[in-house]
Every structure is written in structure tokens, then in C-alpha cells.
Design a protein around this ligand. Structure first.
Ligand code: FEO
Ligand code: CA
Ligand code: CA
Length: 633
């Protein structure tokens, strides 16, 4: 999410070290690399089926790097073709409820609840059957720009608009199928589903029913309406989907002087300007202070069971979670890595008590409720330690303000402060290299690092006023459940041609900044997606980087090559591949985003009309090689 960074939370004052038109299938055309290809693409031949797996000795990255472009288009390498599959407002395919997108944004809240949400983010592919030609795409819809969402933006405000905004949040499940050259959304589909900011979901794990989780509307503290600000996401080996709840505090209206707990979690009057509290009182934290405690969790969803309730898994901890990435120990237990994307916050891992059982989501419905949560400390000597967030351990006692494990989890930031965890430069996505048994985490940027009143640079976060970000990686001692690890920097992002030496980085290959989305494909290629903010792009350290992009990294050689450049103002976030590795799905979020204006439709759509010439729309894009080969080779 790239937003007005003056709103971004920075509450950790602890003393720790630190042509494209689409959506209507009848109008579908191709989006691809180069101007000549725009015309050629209109007559693109049918793509063949997937070519054979690349042989031994084939370079991991074989495509020709794309230049940094500035056009209102999406650019991929010459040998590739891209098409839009599902944009904001397209019907997801619920039988009997498939309202078409209205380009003037006049769809009702009820219609929006059956359509793709706004601002696509983390995405995963779940095959249906043995092949790679049919499956489910499950994806997050992180937030809304209400200036675009409603016909007249926020110039008027009503309960119906709040409901539509809530309906445009959450998660979408769509069925997709390959038909010759391209992919289509299957409509209707028995799997098609929308989960919104008001879908009932169960609370599970140690914080379920806790006094801090109880509200007037839910005195048991076990049922929450909705999930929101779902950013990155994870896929479990047992077939479920994990959605993080990131900047949840921005939806709540708080008092002028919040208490210490609320202040540590970013509560402020008016929040980030969503204005939900004006027509939905549970977002008014001056009246319902515990409602905010019920957000910031990781939500597990079983896409194969359309009737299942999503579950907030409190054992995985509370934070401004991007997402959750799963590794498996040699004895079959799940290890879930997550981070909090806020300046000076932390990196976490959860180790399940029990081993994963065969039988999918139904057989593992309590797996993520029992285990140990840790927070990371990165030491200056290249070693690191996982500190248990376990009640009774070290300072996590009643004398220090933690009554039980539920309170440790709800107040995860305070517990991590007390343990002396390392304050990081905005941890975004994590990726696991199962073969090398290494973990990567993008630290997108932190312009406050080392500035007055803030934590100084440290070994793991070595740049003051870190505008470009970095990617850290570590190897656990032994298995993924280890309590110690060895870390290094995979890359300090930057533009080697920058005038400011400290922001040049050590990039081998193409320049980039603000790494955010990470996806480790089964060949061991690390895909990096960027989210530089609209206020930064094209200026200063980003003078030669005017638009966000996606790159491929060979983690063995460190070479990084630019694969895609998005339209103006967009963030590239979320990637998934079909099992044959010949189809890549990528999400393009908030094309045309302005530096900060979210209420006026004219202002919000000034910079882009991607993908279909009208209001800019976030969208899932399908990318394939023209010869049907493995993507990235
Ligand atoms: Fe939603 Fe941290 O990006
Ligand atoms: Ca980001
Ligand atoms: Ca992100």
C-alpha cells in the first residue's frame, strides 16, 4: 500500500536496538511489451500449451530486461504477452448474482459484494484437478480509494457508501481456466465467493474470548465481522489461504488522547479518513474501544469449501500484518513467518505444535491454534535469535502488564518491545526457499531511520533515512523451528547512478527501490515487486524510477533483472504461478494513485486510465511466454 506517509504509523518509541481494456471478456485485448507489440498483440496467435520444463544448464533468468517506461501501459519483455483477467468491479461469478461493472462507478453496495473488490494484493493459485489449466485464484483487496469507488467520490457521504467501501475490501475467490491462448474467469462457479469487511468470522487460538476481545455486540469475544486491509497473503501446504490484516487502525476513529495501548497501535481521531465510523459505530473506538483489538490478525480461509467460515488465528500474533508465509519442518510441522509493515516494527514466526495431517483444511482446522510465537532479534555479528512471545517468559508477566497469553498476543507490539526485538525498516513480504532452506524478507524503506528522535541505524538496518529499502535473508540453525539463525543482506536496493551515494545500494543488475512483494518460484527465482510511493517516484533518489515494477533475482548469483513495469501510480503486488510455471498471475494495484487525495474522483483518476480508458482499476494480469515456455527463462 502506498499512501500518504504522513499517515503511516511510527509509534514504536520503545528503547530496543534496533490497450489494455478489459473486464468485459467480449472486449478483451492484449497488453504487452513495446509499442509495436501493442498492435501485434491485437492479432496475437494462440499460445501453445506449456513447453517442457527447462533442461539442466538453462539460465534461471533468460528474458531480456525491460526499460523503465513512463507510459500509461504495462510493459513486459518482448517474448511475453500479458492480458487483464479480473479487474475491480468484474463479477466474481456467484450463480444468479453477476452484476456487470458500471464504468461510472454507480454499482450499489450489494452489487459490489458480488464483484471483484478494489486494490488487488496478495494472490495464490489453487489447482483444480491434476493439471495447470484450471484452478482457483484467491486474492486480497487491500483498501479503497473512495474517490474512485463512488460515482461522486466522497463529496457526499452515506451509510450506503460505507457499505460499498466495506464490500470492496476483503478477499475474492474466483475460478479460472485456460482456453487455448488465454485465461478466463469461469462464471458461474460453485467456488466463487467474496469475503468482505462485514463477513462473519470465527476467532480461534489463545486470544479467543479474551476480555480485550469482547464488545457489546459480541460479548463472547469469539465472532468478528469482517477482515480489512488485507495485504500480502500466504498459501498453506494443506490448501488454505492466509490473509494478513495490515493497517487496520486507519479505519478507526479514536479519541484526541488515546490510552497507551491504543496509542502504541496508531489510533487517532478520524483514522486515515475512511469515515466508516460516521455510519457504522463499531469503527468508532471512542464508543467501542475493543473492536480494534479484533483486527490485526492473520485470517485462514479454505477456498475449497465455499461454505466455510474464515478464522482469525490469534496464535500467530497481532500486528499490522502484511501476510504469512509457510515453511515446513522436516518432521512436518508448519512454520509461519510474518512481519509488521510499519516503521521500526518486527518480524515474527510461529511454529506449530503438531504436524500437518493429510486431508486438507478439514484435517488441519486446529493446526494454527497451538504452537509457539517468536519475534526476531538480529545481532550485529550476523547471528540472530527468535524470542518467544510466551506468557511467563522473561518480562511477559503480570508485573509487567501481561495477565495471560491472550494479552501477550493482543499486545504483541508491547510484548516485543519488552523482549528487546529488533526494530526493522518496515517488514513487508517474506519468501521461503525450501531447497536452500533460507528465508527472505523485504524491508521496503524507512525515511525516519537514524533521524532525530528515532532509532539509529543498526547492523540489520544499516542505512539512515533509508529511502530505497533492502532485502534481508537468514538461514535457521538446523531446521525452520530453530531458535537461532544466521543472517545477511541479500541486497541493499537502489539506483547505482544515484547522486546520493548512500542510496545507490549494491544492486547487481537493474535499479529498483522500495521492495515489497516477494515470491519464490519453484525454480528458485525470487520475484521482487516494488511499491515506491507516488510522492517519491520520479524525484530525488527515484529520479530514474518513475513507475513501480517487478524484477526477477537469481539468488545464487545475485543478478536482478527487470521483468515488468506497471502503469503510472500503481504498485505491483502479488504474484502466483500455475504448477507448470508457464502462467504467471500478477496484481496491479491502484494505477493512477495520487500522492494523497482520496476523496475527489477527478483528482484520483488524473494520472492513469489503465486498463480500459476510464477510471483506473486495479486488476489481475496473466503473463505467458509467446512460445508457451516457462515464465522467467
Ligand atoms: Fe500493504 Fe505494506 O503494503
Ligand atoms: Ca508497501
Ligand atoms: Ca505490501
Amino acid at each position: 500500500m502506498a499512501k500518504d506517509h504522513s499517515l503511516m504509523e511510527d509509534s514504536n518509541r520503545s528503547s530496543n536496538p534496533d490497450i489494455h481494456r478489459l473486464s468485459d471478456p467480449a472486449r478483451r485485448t492484449w497488453v504487452h511489451g513495446g509499442l509495436s507489440a501493442i498492435v501485434a498483440g491485437l492479432f496475437a496467435p494462440l499460445l501453445p500449451g506449456c513447453a517442457a520444463t527447462p533442461g539442466a544448464g538453462t539460465p534461471k533468468i533468460g528474458f531480456k530486461s525491460v526499460p523503465v517506461t513512463v507510459g500509461d501501459t504495462l510493459t513486459v519483455p518482448e517474448a511475453y504477452v500479458a492480458s487483464v483477467l479480473a479487474a475491480w468491479g468484474d463479477p466474481v461469478g456467484i450463480a444468479g448474482d453477476m452484476p456487470a461493472f458500471r464504468p461510472d462507478a454507480s454499482n450499489t453496495a450489494a452489487e459490489q459484494a458480488a464483484q471483484m473488490g478494489m486494490h488487488h494484493d496478495g494472490i495464490h493459485f489453487y489447482p483444480l484437478g491434476a493439471g495447470s489449466d484450471r484452478g482457483l485464484l484467491v486474492m486480497n483487496h487491500e483498501y479503497t480509494d473512495d474517490g474512485l469507488l463512488h460515482r461522486d467520490g466522497m463529496l457526499t457521504w452515506s451509510a450506503e457508501k460505507v457499505r460499498k467501501s466495506q464490500a470492496a475490501h476483503g478477499v475474492a475467490v474466483i475460478e479460472v481456466a485456460r482456453q487455448g491462448a488465454g485465461w478466463q474467469v469461469v462464471r458461474p462457479s460453485r467456488y466463487a465467493r467474496r469475503i468482505t469487511a462485514y463477513t462473519p468470522m470465527r476467532v480461534a487460538g489463545p486470544a479467543a474470548g479474551h476480555a480485550l476481545m469482547r464488545t457489546a455486540a459480541d460479548p463472547a469475544g469469539t465472532t468478528v465481522l469482517g477482515t480489512l486491509n488485507n495485504c500480502a497473503s500466504g498459501k498453506t501446504p494443506w490448501g488454505t489461504y492466509l490473509a494478513g490484516e495490515e493497517n487496520f487502525y486507519g479505519y478507526f476513529h479514536g479519541p484526541a488522547e488515546p490510552d497507551a495501548h491504543a496509542r502504541r497501535w496508531g489510533l487517532r481521531p478520524g483514522g486515515w479518513g475512511y469515515r466508516w465510523h460516521e455510519h457504522d459505530e463499531r469503527f468508532d473506538a471512542t464508543r467501542h474501544p475493543n473492536e480494534m483489538n479484533r483486527f490485526g490478525w492473520i485470517v485462514e480461509i479454505d477456498p475449497m469449501d465455499p461454505g466455510s467460515h474464515p478464522v482469525k488465528r490469534t496464535a500467530l500474533g497481532r500486528g499490522t500484518h502484511e501476510g504469512a508465509t509457510v515453511a515446513v519442518t522436516r518432521d512436518g510441522r508448519a512454520v509461519v513467518y510474518s512481519g509488521e509493515d510499519a516503521r521500526f516494527e518486527y518480524i515474527y514466526k510461529f511454529v506449530s505444535r503438531d504436524a500437518i495431517r493429510p486431508g486438507g483444511g478439514a484435517a488441519n482446522r486446529e493446526l494454527l491454534d497451538h504452537g509457539t510465537l517468536y519475534v526476531a532479534r538480529f545481532d550485529a555479528d550476523g547471528r540472530g535469535r527468535w524470542l518467544p512471545l510466551s506468557f511467563g517468559s522473561g518480562p511477559l508477566t503480570p508485573a509487567k502488564g501481561f495477565a495471560d497469553q491472550g494479552e501477550v498476543l493482543v499486545k504483541g507490539r508491547q510484548a516485543s518491545d519488552a523482549l528487546g526485538a529488533t526494530k526493522m525498516d518496515r517488514p513487508e513480504w517474506l519468501a521461503v526457499d525450501s531447497e536452500q532452506r533460507e528465508v527472505y524478507c523485504s524491508l521496503t524503506n524507512n525515511s525516519n531511520r537514524g533521524t532525530e528522535g528515532h532509532a539509529p541505524v543498526d547492523a540489520a538496518n544499516p542505512r539512515a533515512a533509508n529511502t530505497m529499502g533492502h532485502i534481508i535473508r537468514w538461514k535457521e540453525d538446523g531446521d525452520f523451528d530453530a531458535v537461532e539463525f544466521r543472517w545477511t543482506h541479500f541486497v541493499l536496493a537502489g539506483d547505482p547512478a544515484n547522486g546520493r551515494p548512500e542510496s545507490r545500494g549494491n544492486v547487481k543488475g537493474d535499479a529498483f527501490g522500495s521492495p515489497d512483494g516477494l515470491f519464490m518460484d519453484p525454480r528458485g527465482v525470487l520475484w521482487i515487486q516494488t511499491d515506491a510511493s507516488p510522492t517519491a517516484m520520479g524525484k530525488g533518489d527515484y529520479a530514474r524510477l518513475p513507475q513501480n515494477m517487478m524484477l526477477a533475482a537469481d539468488v545464487a548469483t545475485g543478478e536482478i533483472r527487470r521483468f515488468l513495469v506497471g502503469p503510472p501510480g500503481c504498485e505491483v503486488t502479488g504474484a502466483a504461478m500455475a504448477p507448470d510455471l508457464c502462467t504467471l498471475f500478477v496484481n496491479i494495484q491502484h494505477p493512477g494513485e495520487t500522492p494523497s487525495e482520496r476523496s475527489d474522483p477527478a483528482a484520483v483518476s488524473r494520472y492513469s486510465s489503465w486498463p480500459d480508458g476510464g477510471r483506473p482499476r486495479s486488476a489481475t494480469v496473466v503473463i505467458r511466454r509467446r512460445d508457451g515456455g516457462v515464465v522467467g527463462t
